[in-house]
Design a protein around this ligand. Structure first.
Ligand SMILES: CSC[C@H]1O[C@H](OP(=O)(O)O)[C@H](O)[C@@H]1O
Length: 368
């Protein structure tokens, strides 16, 4: 997507044909730093430490991690070792396993001497597929925004999003932000309430950065503000991303999403979830019970990093020494609180029948 008029993606194969470039999202919004991944281990660490993050981007990074691994050791043992190294990088986004399974299926039958070339080709395909899928999500989500705009001609459509499900969370376009960018480009008057999204502040540091550089009107708000705005008619539509959707339509997403969905339900605000089909996990039948919720270091809660007035980056502690901390990175929103799932094949009801009808291939994948 655009950064001050120049087009960027979140991850790419470098001109040398083998190393992988990625925006180091830990440095935004204060510094735009590009990292160069040159090994499978680099890719695994980049995912684990959230240099790259966001379910679809985690998948794309893992795919390139497998390609980097095949340069190192294209044997059957090397393929198995690469899968095992990458699969444990983070537990919740199903896109990681989806991408690794895609790569393993593509590479297992290939002569080891040809695996590296095949791996890069498949990783490139997965990256391009993500962009195409997100363009589809953009078009399907746009219809929802247009419908609201038609009911309030000449007024602004106010959207709310949580965390970052933007182009930085994917290869390009984003999922929740894809309809937002398309609406903006079509000249629809929109404004986005951006949840800061404690503790890592993906909204404040990533979504606000994205929207600002793309020229989309937005306002950063503390996480606890959304309910108040909804009570006062200041939110027309909530759109969030997701890291895994269970077969019953339950949605796993960044911590705090469930609370936002409750507020939306209580105030009659449509609550949509945007997702690419690889995020559907038919092997999970009850999201609240079965989706593994990542717990991350308490340092993400106790410390905050920001820029001082004289431009230095500084980290400060905001929690008393000795106070225990819990840092659940995701929660699960029950399907009953979800108005619809915006996918590349349309806007679906959050239930098994609709998901199975639209994406039968995902059922087959879960059965393997
Ligand atoms: C388009 S998936 C974005 C999804 O991923 C984020 O999690 P994290 O930043 O920890 O990778 C968050 O749940 C977003 O909604």
């Amino acid at each position: 997507m655009k950064v001050d008029g120049k087009h960027f993606r979140s991850i790419w194969r470098e001109r040398d044909g083998w190393s992988v470039g990625a925006i180091d999202q830990r440095r935004l919004p204060h510094e735009f730093v590009v990292a160069r991944l040159t090994s499978c281990e680099d890719a695994a660490v980049a995912i684990r430490d959230m240099l790259v993050r966001g379910a679809p981007l985690i998948g794309a990074t893992a795919a390139y991690g497998m390609a980097l691994a095949m340069r190192e050791d294209a044997s059957d043992a090397g393929l198995k070792r690469a899968y095992q190294t990458l699969i444990v990088a983070r537990p919740t986004a199903i896109n990681l396993k989806w991408a690794l399974d895609e790569m393993r299926v593509a590479l297992a039958p290939v002569d080891p001497l040809e695996r590296a070339e095949a791996a890069y080709a498949r990783a490139d395909e997965i990256a391009e597929q993500d962009v195409e899928i997100n363009r589809g999500i953009a078009g399907n989500g746009l219809k929802l925004i247009e419908a609201i705009a038609s009911k309030k001609p000449g007024e602004t459509v106010n959207l709310l999003t949580h965390c970052n499900a933007g182009w930085l969370a994917t290869v390009d376009w984003g999922t929740a932000t894809a309809p937002i960018y398309l609406a903006h480009e079509r000249g629809i008057r929109i404004h986005v309430w951006v949840d800061e999204t404690r503790p890592r502040n993906q909204g404040a540091s990533l979504t606000a950065w994205e929207l600002g550089h793309h020229g989309v009107p937005h306002t950063v708000i503390p996480d606890n503000t959304g309910g108040h705005l909804m009570q006062h008619g200041m939110v027309d539509l909530a759109i969030v991303g997701t890291d895994r959707v269970a077969a019953n339509g339950d949605v796993c997403n960044k911590i705090g999403t469930y609370l936002k969905a409750l507020a939306a339900h209580d105030n009659g605000v449509p609550f949509y979830v945007a997702l690419p089909s690889p995020t559907i996990d038919f092997s999970v039948h009850d999201g609240i019970r079965d989706i593994p919720i990542e717990q991350r270091s308490g340092v993400e809660v106790t410390d905050m990093t920001g820029r001082t007035a004289d431009g230095r980056l500084e980290t400060v502690r905001i929690v008393p020494e000795g106070s225990p901390v819990a840092n659940y990175a995701f929660d699960v929103t029950p399907a009953r609180l979800v108005t619809g799932l915006i996918t590349e094949r349309g806007v679906l009801k959050p239930d098994r029948a609709a998901l199975a009808a639209a994406f039968p291939e995902r059922i087959a994948a879960a059965a393997e």
